[in-house]
Design a binder for this molecule. Structure first.
Ligand code: HBI
Length: 98
């Protein structure tokens, strides 16, 4: 069972993830990314999907053409966990090199 981050752990983690925002009313974080075109967006999603499977930790996300909206939270923990922080770091790296 994955543990939820404490308030201090969450604040510390979020301070290292400036591109992510807390979600109103949920213990979750979100990021909206715009790519140059659909091909770049979907290629990014493919990379993240493979890593999500590897981590057994999956984003809540949507895609409209070159935009991808992502929310991360750990359903098993009922909130933000280390798994979300790890996936957020991978997402930031993948988006930066898309
Ligand atoms: N992804 N975001 C998220 N949260 C979970 O709790 C989660 C998941 N992917 C797979 C997963 N849990 C499995 O461990 C459970 O569905 C068995």
């Amino acid at each position: 069972m994955t543990k939820k981050l404490t308030d201090t752990e969450r604040a510390d983690a979020l301070s290292t993830l400036p591109l992510w925002s807390p979600v109103q009313g949920r213990d979750a974080i979100s990021r909206s990314i715009r790519f140059k075109d659909f091909n770049a967006a979907f290629g990014f999603m493919s990379r993240v999907a493979l890593m999500a499977e590897k981590l057994d930790h999956h984003p809540e996300w949507s895609n409209v053409y070159n935009r991808v909206e992502i929310i991360l939270s750990t359903h098993d923990a009922g909130g933000l966990s280390e798994r979300d922080i790890a996936l957020a770091r991978f997402i930031d790296a993948a988006a930066a090199s898309a």
